[in-house]
Each structure stands twice: as C-alpha cells, then as structure tokens.
Write a protein that binds this ligand. Structure first.
Ligand code: FAD
Length: 468
C-alpha cells in the first residue's frame, strides 16, 4: 500500500487551513512577559498571563502551532498512566496532587474550547492501553496499582480481553487498562484557535522570528529576547520551545530528542463499524516504542509510532519530520492490528520531533539567577500537560501565588543526566535498534537474544525511564 502524501506538517494543519500571517518582530519593544515559542506550552502560558492582565509578547520561530503541537496524535492526556513512576518519584501526597491537576487540565481544555467557541473536536471518551503480544500482558498493571493505592481506583481500570475487544475488536488485542479521563482533539484546530483568541485579546504575536539569545538585561531588570531583526524587553521570559530546548546550553543535559511518525487512512466508517470502534476511544499498545491510534470525526484512523530515530542535538527538522522508513513501519503495524484495512487508501503521513525527559515526566522550572522559566520534556504526551504547564509558567513569570507552582514537577531535577553529542545520539541509535528488534520479536512470538535484551535494559540501569 502506498502513502499518497508525505509531508512535515501533515493532515491536521491541512484540514485546519492556513492562518492569516503575522509580521516578524522588528525593532525594540517591551512587554511584561515575553513568551518564546508558540506551541501549546507557549500559547497556554500567554492565555493565562493575559487573563491575569499582563502585557504579553509571543515570539515564534515559524508559525504558531506548526511544530509538534499542531501535528500530533491529538491524545489529550492526564498523567494517570504514569501513576506508578510519579508515585515512586514524588511520594503519595504530592503524586495525587499532580495527577488530579493533570485530570483537571483535560477538563479545562474542553471547557476552554466551549467557552471560546473553538471547535477542536474535543471528545472525552477515554483511553485504552492494550497488550498486543504475550510479552506486553502486564501493560498498565503498575498504573492500576498506583491509582488504587492513591485512593482513586476508578482512574485506571483493568480490562480483560473481551472487555477490550468490546471497545475495539482488533484480532491481536489481549487485554489492558482503561483511563477514562483522556480525551481526543484536533491539535491544529486547538493551536490555531488559541492563536486566534490570543491575538483578539491583544497578545502581540510575532512569527518567523527565531529568538537567538535571551540574556539578562544590563540594568539587572528582566531580560531581553533578541531575534535577527528585533528584541523584546520584559520583566520575565518563558521558554516554551519544546524539542528546541536541547540546543539551550543550560538545559541540554536534561533531555534528548527523538521523533514520532503518523500515517492516516481515508475515511473508513465501515471498518470502524466492523471493529465496533465507534465510541471515540484513543488507544496505545504496551510497547516502549509505542503505537498510538484513534479515530477522527470524519471516520479516519490516525496511527502513529513513537519509534522514530533520535535527533542529533537540537536538530528538529529533516528525518525527524519526514522519514519514509518510520512511516512504512507504522503502516506495517497498522495492518497487523487492523487487517481489515488491507487495500484501503493511506492518504497522508507526517512526523515531528519529541522532547524526551529521562524520567518520562515533564519538567517545569526557572533558570538559576534569571527570570526565565521553562517547560519541556513531555516525552510525547504534552497535549494535556502543556495546559497545566502554561498555567504554572504564567504564575511563575508573574510572581503570582497559584497552588500549581507547589506541584512536585516544578523545580524537580531531570531524573538522570543526558550526555552531550555525539554520545547521546549514538547511544539512542543503539538502544532504539535493540528495542525495534526486541519488540518485533515479541510480536512474532519469539524472544530476542540476550545481547539485545541487555541493551534494552541498560537505560533503566542508568536511571532513564524509556517506558512509563
Ligand atoms: C508525531 C507526534 C505525535 C504526537 N502525539 C501526541 C499525542 O497524541 N498526545 C500528546 O499528548 N502528545 C503528543 N505528541 C507530543 C506533543 O505534540 C508535544 O508534547 C506538545 O505539542 C508540546 O508542545 P510545546 O509547546 O511544548 O512544544 P512545540 O509544539 O514543539 O512548540 C515549540 C515551538 O517553539 C518554536 N521555537 C523553537 N525554538 C525557537 C526559538 N529559538 N525562537 C522562537 N521559537 C522557537 C517552534 O517553532 C515551535 O513552534 C506528539 C508529538 C509528535 C511529533
């Protein structure tokens, strides 16, 4: 089967339509807060700041929402599937507060869309994490135990094979767990809807304006964000540049960058009816190099693979966006899970870079000795959590009290140290290849060799969580 159109930006942005252009930053300007980066993190930060009455300038290197935020899978997630790791890292009380706040963010995003008349196809129909081979049968079990231990067993519910298949009857599904509070949405419509409402509210949005430096001002009063043709002076700055954070000297040892790739079917309502997959649930399998899949309002299947190649340093273009081999691998898996799609059209493929935290948990904080606040490291799960990060960053930048600034992710360490290039890139390539072999073997009913398994286990020994 042939992929008809393979681009960097993909179908969501095509469906949402081109936004009216914004001018680049020219000359010297001032604001209370300058937000660098117009993905979900920057857009939500700007929204919360403007709601609090701040003067905001948002400076985006390309077009707002045209990075990963406008072209992801549209899973809008709470953090409950990571409950075990979050509990282990932060303890029960702090973990519960963080998990509840992440659930609130999903609800808040839906409420924001309704209140602001943005039709981003928000649909809170829940999520299943399913096993697709015996080696993955314990998938989600840690999250079930964590939710129960935290007094919230309804947040992550175990499902048997028949229960899973009642939601979606793939022949390879074997059981799993349900997290009811996940939603799906149309990421480009949300990002561009946020951009539109921010402009209406008076946020100065500059595009095609890459910030090249963000030094503290000489008078000691705030920062100056500088681009090739202008600058913004502000009391505080928010760095919301996603995978681009890997090129920031003071933060680069806190993340790596990999890539994720999506293929999209033509509308296949008959196949969805045959599968009984008509309830809008989003689904992933239990692999570390995860497959994620969902339906759209017009009856397509969006099918992604989080197993793209690592990017070198902060290099987020090229094969991080368009990678024929990664798309072909996603397509192969799509047909394994849904053989009824054989012969149907695959209309689009696209991809993008993913900012990966060693702990798998997003990082929010402030640079020592300067009023620069950051969030990154969502590890492919930022659509819901970026709203929480935006609220938190807005409070940090404005020096405002908000309970979210007390959440345990704020100011936490990265979990492990990421080496410089080329070591991180080489290590990432080796581990990725081993995981591809290992997980393919599991699906084929084999066991990978001992060396491959040892390589797959190595990151964990170094404190790096590749899976949740
Ligand atoms: C293919 C794919 C599928 C995914 N699927 C999901 C999913 O289903 N669910 C989920 O929760 N997450 C998913 N993710 C991850 C999700 O997209 C991100 O976690 C989320 O969008 C993070 O938003 P952000 O604003 O932090 O970063 P970004 O969206 O990367 O935005 C950062 C912005 O900063 C700009 N920028 C960078 N450097 C500069 C600079 N120097 N000056 C000015 N601007 C700059 C960039 O141009 C970009 O627009 C996926 C990611 C990819 C690539």
């Amino acid at each position: 089967m042939r992929i008809e159109k393979h681009t960097a930006h993909g179908w969501w942005l095509e469906e949402a339509g081109e936004p009216a252009p914004r001018a680049a930053l020219e000359g010297d300007r001032s604001a209370d807060v300058v937000v660098v980066g117009g993905g979900f993190t920057g857009l939500w930060t700007a929204w919360h700041l403007v709601e609090a009455g701040a003067r905001v300038a948002l400076v985006e290197g390309g077009v707002c929402g045209h990075g990963p935020s406008g072209r992801n899978g549209g899973f809008c997630e709470s953090l409950w599937l990571s409950g075990a790791a979050i509990r282990e890292r932060f303890g029960d009380g702090a973990a519960r507060a963080l998990l509840d706040a992440s659930s609130e963010s999903v609800v808040d995003i839906g409420a924001w869309c309704r209140a602001n008349d943005v039709d981003a196809w928000f649909d809170q129909s829940g999520y299943m994490c399913v096993s697709t081979a015996p080696g993955f049968d314990d998938v989600g079990a840690g999250a079930v135990d964590a939710a129960a231990a935290l007094g919230a067993p309804e947040r992550v519910v175990p499902l048997g094979a028949e229960e899973v298949r009642a939601h979606c009857a793939s022949p390879v599904f074997r059981g799993g767990v349900m997290v009811p509070d996940f939603a799906t949405l149309h990421p480009a419509r949300l990002a561009l809807g946020l951009r539109r409402r921010l402009i209406e509210r008076g946020v100065e949005v500059f595009e095609h304006s890459r910030v090249t430096s963000l030094p503290p001002r000489r008078d000691g009063d705030g920062v100056r964000a500088t681009t090739a043709s202008g600058s913004v002076r502000a009391a505080a700055a928010v760095l919301a540049i996603g995978p681009g954070t890997r090129s920031v000297r003071r933060l680069r040892s806190r993340l790596t960058v990999t890539s994720s790739h999506i293929v999209l079917t033509e509308p296949v309502p008959d196949v969805l009816t045959g599968l009984g997959w008509t309830g809008g649930e989003c689904i992933t399998d239990g692999r570390t190099l995860v497959h994620y899949f969902r339906t759209t309002r017009d009856g397509r299947i969006v099918f992604g693979w989080g197993g793209g190649r690592p990017a070198f340093g902060g290099h987020v273009n090229g094969r991080a966006e368009v990678d024929g081999q990664a798309a072909a691998e996603a397509l192969r898996s799509l047909l394994r899970l849904f053989p009824a799609l054989e012969g149907r059209r695959i209309t689009h493929a696209w991809g993008g870079p993913v900012d990966v935290s060693p702990s798998h948990i997003p990082q929010i904080g402030s640079l020592d000795g300067s009023p620069v606040h950051y969030a990154f490291g969502y590890t492919g799960n930022g659509v819901g959590p970026s709203q929480l990060a935006g609220r938190t960053l807005a409070a940090l930048a404005a020096g405002r009290d908000d309970p979210v600034t007390e959440l345990p992710i704020v100011g936490a360490d990265a979990g492990a140290w990421v080496p410089p290039e080329p070591i991180a890139w080489l290590g990432g390539q080796v581990v990725r290849s081993a995981l591809v072999r290992c997980e393919r073997a599991e699906e084929d009913g084999r066991r990978a060799g001992p060396v491959t398994r040892a390589i797959c286990a190595a990151p964990r020994a170094l404190g790096i969580h590749l899976a949740r």
